[in-house]
Design a protein around this ligand. Structure first.
Ligand SMILES: *Cc1c(COP(=O)(O)O)cnc(C)c1O
Ligand code: SF4
Length: 347
């Protein structure tokens, strides 16, 4: 791949109508949605959308996106409230997020960064230099997390340059990438890209995926290439109404991932992004699904269910809770829902 690595041409609403993914009568409204929140699908996700409603709902715009709710927020997770220099979010002392680009291979209709992701491209060189300079003079930073947008839309050559510069900062022991590319644009996972990443002695990839039907033959092959290269793989998913808000849908996803050597890491409660209210479920519903999955799946396949507290206060596990204090010590709930007493011998 060359240095510019052009993205594929964007789809149009007419293409979606032709595919039977959108109603012709909705086209004028969807044009407005696509002006407000961009439209992009890869050929792989276009084909997968035609086969699976759970995939289509994530990528095909909906008239419901024009509905704004009072709880909707512009910057739901507070990226901007912890930005020491442009393009960098430093919320936790030991790790930073570096927003290397605002571009993605797909635009997810529920994206929590939907106000900032777009076609406007990569972090300008002077801002990247300033961000790397901040990291270099902040020894408390042990881990750099590349995100965006999607960091793997950068060409292999740009990634090689960036990783080499991070390798040169001795206190950055871990490099992590959060990306949807292995799933939505698996042809980008080339030997050149893997070589660029592997310059760092501890590079981890967190793959964003929400439905087993996204894991096409090509996506599986890309994940296998990464795992075979020795790169540890984790996943993050968003709990989405109408996509994966059932124990069956998430069981299928997490089983598929663990077979591919991808450890489910986080299940995010859906953030308060503007125009994404139709994707949200309740925390109680999410807890019930997680409790059911604990009885069905091995611990290796279970992610932690988390909420990013609106306003930029951080991510926290949101249950379900198995441990409650009582008069004598603790009451524990087992995976079958039965309760048991426990008294701390040391207390
Ligand atoms: C989610 C997030 C991280 C990474 O959190 P982990 O719990 O380590 O995965 C780091 N910084 C910010 C600002 C985040 O939102
Ligand atoms: S790939 Fe990630 S950053 Fe890009 S639109 Fe989807 S959720 Fe947002």
């Amino acid at each position: 791949m060359d240095g510019t690595s052009p993205l594929r041409p964007a789809l149009t609403i007419a293409d979606l109508v032709a595919d039977g993914l959108a109603l012709a009568g909705d086209a004028p409204v969807l044009e407005r949605v696509a002006q407000d929140f961009r439209l992009r699908l890869t050929p792989q996700m276009r084909a997968a959308s035609a086969r699976s409603a759970g995939v289509a709902r994530q990528f095909v715009p909906s008239p419901a996106e024009l509905i704004q709710r009072p709880e909707d927020m512009f910057d739901p997770i507070g990226d901007d409230s912890h930005a020491p220099v442009p393009g960098l979010t430093h919320r936790y002392p030991d790790r930073v997020i570096l927003h290397v680009t605002k571009t993605c291979e797909v635009y997810c209709r529920f994206c929590f960064r939907r106000e900032t992701v777009g076609d406007t491209g990569h972090l300008p060189q002077d801002q990247l230099d300033a961000a790397l300079d901040y990291i270099a003079r902040t020894p408390a930073i042990h881990e750099v997390i590349l995100t965006g947008g999607d960091p793997l839309v950068l060409s292999a050559r740009r990634i090689a340059d960036l990783v080499a510069r991070l390798v040169a900062i001795a206190h950055v022991g871990v490099l992590r990438l959060h990306t949807r590319v292995p799933v939505v644009a698996p042809d980008r996972i080339t030997d050149a890209l893997i070589g660029a990443l592997k310059q760092h002695p501890s590079v981890w990839i967190v793959v964003h995926t929400n439905h087993a039907d996204e894991l096409t033959v090509d996506a599986r092959a890309a994940l296998i290439r990464l795992a075979d290269a020795g790169i540890p793989l984790l996943s993050q998913s968003v709990l989405l109404r109408g996509v994966n808000d059932s124990a069956d849908a998430l069981e299928a996803l997490f089983r598929a991932l663990i077979r591919l050597r991808v450890k489910p890491y986080y299940l995010h409660h859906c953030d308060l992004a503007r125009g994404a209210g139709h994707f949200r479920t309740t925390i109680a519903a999410g807890q019930a699904i997680m409790a059911e999955l604990r009885g069905r799946l091995s611990g290796t396949a279970l992610p932690t269910y988390v909420l990013d507290i609106p306003g930029g206060f951080g991510k926290v596990p949101i249950g379900p809770d198995y441990l409650m204090p009582d008069a004598n010590g603790w009451t524990l709930t087992d995976p079958n829902g039965n309760q048991h007493q426990y008294r701390d011998p040391e207390s």
